[in-house]
Design a protein. Structure first.
Length: 491
């Protein structure tokens, strides 16, 4: 191989067969394996561990070039399911990692299914149990060793195992050849692999629709990978003399969703490797995968074109109306003295009547502030007709305190909504003349001069309070009133 893949998905089985690994579903050997793999791959390029997932002796590692990892990989989640002892233990089962590469979702699953030639039904059940029980969720996923971007935590969101654009399932699937051991060995010597594959349990189960339906596999042009004597090129010479079989497989599947990429996986190589430290020979597949990618400039251009077309269509359907004026100014508003302006609404259309109403503010149940009164609040405008809406500001004893204390101002925005049309906004502004009416005694003692002649900044009272200025003992307005009563009463 003269090129270096962008992404490696490495699956191991029986990595650790100790009792601790089985009971705790973990192993202290994983880190050393990961470090050793990275040490060797980094001789060829700058690779980084994207994510790993372990279940007892089953381990899946996703390794990618640093540039690919940083720019193209996101939304990483993991899952696992044990189907071993009692249907739950991790001596058999599957571990999975899903991710998004550019805009394509890819799922990798490494499994070790139940053994023995006559356990076909059990292996099929393992496939279905793993498929059902691994559901990806951000709330229970493993932390990334490389700070890879994962999905935001959302306990309500879950992703089924088979809901991906591309799905790669590999590992020791343990399906066997249904032929006598001596006959298989003879055919292997003759390299008549196609004859043997006619008796392969996995192919048979796929044809019958019992398991791995929809998955593909590359042409097998290599000898069965199981079972060998350790450190030997000879198949099993023990008393059991297990029938050589292709237990170790690499399968893939593309989504049936019409919106996903079809025929986006091209198999470049499918082969076995002559490593003799196990009774299996490892296998590998090399793929060229097309992924969906968003081109920023084209996306922006398309969005603008769609928005422009949408606006044209929307404008054709909009009622032809006008609102004048859209800015109202109320100068010198006095306490308990109404101040009024009118806004004209005209239906410029010649065929359809137009309905309107005043819309409530976002996250509120009010149409306007309480000192503003508007009539009418809804209506129908006949073609080529005009109606007027009256806007009246009236400051009373309920609304004056907040205006006098600077907690409110005569500023508001009223939304006039036309049915099947756009919204118009009327901007209200005004100046309230401060008054002792509707004012609290605690606020009036802060003013040594007549309140209307005082600082126009409505927050002056609060500022005076914070600066601990000298306050009047009683409001001057109250003093003048009492003084007047006193003098007039003596006359």
């Amino acid at each position: 191989m003269n090129y270096h893949p962008d992404i490696y998905a490495l699956g191991f089985q029986e990595l650790d067969l100790s009792a601790d690994a089985l009971l705790l579903n973990g192993s202290s050997r994983v880190a050393s394996w990961e470090n050793h793999i990275l040490l060797n791959l980094r001789k060829h390029d700058d690779y980084i561990l994207v994510m790993s997932k372990q279940l007892a002796g089953i381990l899946l590692c996703i390794i990618a070039k640093r540039s690919i990892h940083q720019n193209d990989i996101s939304e990483i989640l993991t899952g696992s399911a044990g189907v071993g002892i009692m249907g739950l233990m991790g001596n058999k089962g599957g571990v999975s990692i899903r991710m998004k590469v550019c805009e394509t979702t890819i799922c990798f699953l490494n499994s070790h299914l139940n053994a023995h030639t006559d356990n076909v039904a059990r292996r099929n059940q393992d496939y279905h149990d793993i498929s059902r029980r691994i559901v990806f969720s951000s709330s229970d996923s493993s932390p990334s060793p490389s700070n890879s971007p994962s999905l935001p935590s959302d306990p309500t969101r879950s992703i089924p195992l088979h809901s991906h654009d591309l799905f790669f399932w590999f590992g020791d699937l343990n399906y066997r050849l249904i032929l006598p051991e001596y006959e298989v060995k003879a055919r292997v010597v003759e390299e008549k692999y196609s004859v043997l594959l006619e008796h392969d349990q996995l192919y048979e189960q796929i044809r019958e629709g019992n398991a791995f339906v929809g998955f593909e596999e590359g042409p097998i042009n290599f000898a069965p990978t199981y079972k060998y004597d350790f450190n030997s090129t000879k198949y099993d010479t023990s008393e059991k003399k297990r029938t050589p079989s292709w237990c170790d497989r690499v399968l893939w599947k593309e989504s049936n969703d019409e919106s996903s990429l079809r025929k986006s996986v091209e198999l470049l190589a499918y082969r076995r490797h002559e490593l003799m430290k196990s009774d299996h020979r490892p296998v590998s597949s090399t793929f060229l995968v097309k992924v969906k990618s968003i081109i920023g400039e084209k996306k922006t251009t398309l969005q603008k074109e769609l928005l422009r077309d949408f606006e044209k269509m929307e404008n054709l359907c909009l009622p032809d109306v006008s609102v004048t004026p859209t800015t109202l100014n109320f100068p010198a508003v006095r306490y308990s003295t109404p101040s009024t302006h009118q806004v004209s609404l005209r239906n410029n259309g010649q065929t359809m009547s137009v309905r309107f109403h005043l819309a409530m503010k976002p996250n509120d149940k009010l149409i306007s502030k309480k000192w503003l009164r508007i009539t009418p609040m809804f209506g129908v405008i006949a073609p080529l007709q005009t109606i007027s809406i009256t806007f009246t500001i009236l400051v009373d004893k309920l609304t004056a305190p907040s205006l006098n204390c600077g907690m409110d101002t005569l500023d508001d925005i009223v939304t006039i909504r036309f049915i099947n049309g756009k919204d118009f906004y009327v901007i209200i502004s005004g100046e309230y003349l401060l008054s002792s009416f509707g004012n609290s005694l605690s606020n009036l003692v802060l003013y040594s001069k007549p309140i209307r002649n005082s600082d126009k900044d409505k927050s002056s009272a609060a500022r005076n309070r914070s600066q601990s200025v000298n306050h009047l003992s009683i409001p001057k307005e109250l003093w003048h009133l009492v003084n007047c009563i006193y003098k007039k009463g003596l006359d």
